[in-house]
Ligand binder design. Structure first.
Ligand SMILES: [Zn+2]
Length: 441
């Protein structure tokens, strides 16, 4: 491990236990410095903050008075969002790829300095969960078409970058998420990994398969989820399939790296406050209190190439009480999903829909062996219910299902059932159980 990473690691080891006032004081000081840099060197912010008094950078909590940055702003700004004077000490500049999983890719640059912090919080997550780097890692994620299909996948002698730059590791295998479930199971049986990382919906499909076919993974110690909301339903299903396997979730975005990760002792997510200032705000952009769901705004404290300040990433979450583990990093209790996963009621109210008890669905569709479903809201009144099923439901079952969803969603929507052979994955290989196509602010 290089020296700067070693130093940073020991700083992060200390700072996670620091008093909350101390963590907050350091964040404010980073924000003040970043704002000053953005005002002075980034053409976009000169214009965006034109009505904001310059002395705000000296205020105790300058950020709350600033406008919110959206994906549309970033796309429209183009290179105007790049600093004209990146500090030399921050090293070279390179693009942080964003895949545009919400349909709008954004281009953001970072520096060596930015990367150092991204990697440091990534290493912190490994340290918290005491992983043995010599063991085998299998990753099932989005990949290029025709690349690394299961069961063979793409085998490497290390865990790959960035981890292999800092640690000596064992082998890893990459599997394209587009591989079918049976082949993914074969890959896991073939490579017998200790750790698997993938999206919650992928694990859910694997868990169902293992339960139905009594398949056991002999060396599996930990499931690492990322990229989608890890619901209570999924967690229960994964525990049922693999009772002795640990489950840990990471909340990460391509633009700012690992935002938060699950505590090694409790289910809370701890925010990497040394690298990110995270706000949760309501529909009037006012701060949410603990337990109140709201929009996530991110400020990337160590990116001086493309400063992201109050960036509305598109996720919803809620803050939690301080964690009992003693770490003082702020807590997210729940990550709720993305804006388009919110149900819009005819009166304009929007919320994350409750999709009902899975046991009840199984009870209604008994014998029909439903494999997967997706609800799509087309209008304020119409919901399409796409299902992958072995044999069609009876008329009675269809009616029961419709009533079940009307009850769960809390409104008498017009529910239409559509049988499909498969539900295509989203642009980056992720599955969403509920999507609203209704556009409302
Ligand atoms: Zn904790």
């Amino acid at each position: 491990m290089n020296q700067s990473m070693q130093v940073l690691q020991s700083i992060l080891e200390q700072s996670q236990w620091a008093a909350p006032e101390e963590i907050c004081r350091k964040q404010i000081s980073h924000i003040q410095r970043l704002l000053h840099h953005a005002y002075e060197t980034v053409p976009f912010y000169k214009n965006f903050y034109a009505d904001i008094p310059r002395d705000i950078t000296q205020k105790d909590n300058p950020i709350v008075a600033l406008p919110i940055l959206t994906r549309d702003h970033i796309q429209a700004a183009g290179t105007n969002l790049t600093s004209l004077k990146i500090p030399d000490s921050h090293g070279i500049c390179y693009p942080l790829e964003t895949s545009g999983s919400t349909g709008k890719a954004v281009k953001v640059l970072g520096t060596d300095f930015t990367r150092l912090f991204y990697d440091a919080v990534m290493l912190r997550e490994h340290t918290w969960h005491s992983r043995d780097f010599t063991k085998t890692l299998l990753s099932i994620r989005w990949g290029k078409r025709d690349f690394a299909y299961a069961p063979i996948g793409h085998k490497q002698s290390t865990w790959g970058p960035p981890i292999n730059q800092y640690k000596t590791t064992g082998p890893s295998v990459f599997i394209n998420v587009a591989s079918d479930t049976r082949s993914q199971i074969d890959a896991i049986l073939l490579y017998d990994p200790h750790y698997i990382i993938s999206y919650p919906s992928q694990f859910a499909a694997l868990a169902e398969f293992c339960l139905t076919n009594s398949i056991h993974f002999s060396s599996l110690e930990e499931i690492r989820t990322t990229g989608e909301m890890l619901s209570e339903d999924y967690t229960n299903l994964l525990k049922q399939a693999w009772p002795n396997v640990k489950i840990s979730d990471i909340y990460s975005t391509e633009e700012v790296g690992n935002v938060a990760q699950q505590c090694p002792e409790y289910r809370n997510y701890h925010i990497n406050a040394e690298n990110i200032y995270l706000e949760i705000v309501d529909s009037n952009n006012l701060p949410c209190h603990i337990g109140q769901p709201g929009k996530v705004l991110l400020t990337s404290l160590m990116n001086y190439a493309t400063p992201l300040i109050r960036y509305e990433i598109g996720d919803y979450a809620e803050f939690g009480e301080p964690c009992k583990c003693g770490r003082q990093l702020p807590v997210i209790r729940k990550i709720l999903g993305r804006k388009r996963n919110r149900l819009i009621l005819p009166n304009g109210e929007s919320r994350f829909p409750y999709l009902g008890d899975r046991e009840e669905i199984k009870h209604i569709t008994v014998d029909a062996a439903m494999r997967k479903f997706q609800l799509v809201q087309h209008t304020l009144y119409d919901i399409e219910y796409r299902i992958v099923i072995k044999k069609p439901l009876t008329l009675f079952q269809e009616e029961e299902l419709k009533k079940f969803f009307q009850r769960s969603l809390g409104h008498h929507f017009n529910v239409t059932i559509r049988y499909v052979d498969q539900i295509p994955l989203g642009p980056t290989g992720k599955h969403e159980e509920f999507i609203s196509l209704v556009s409302i602010q």
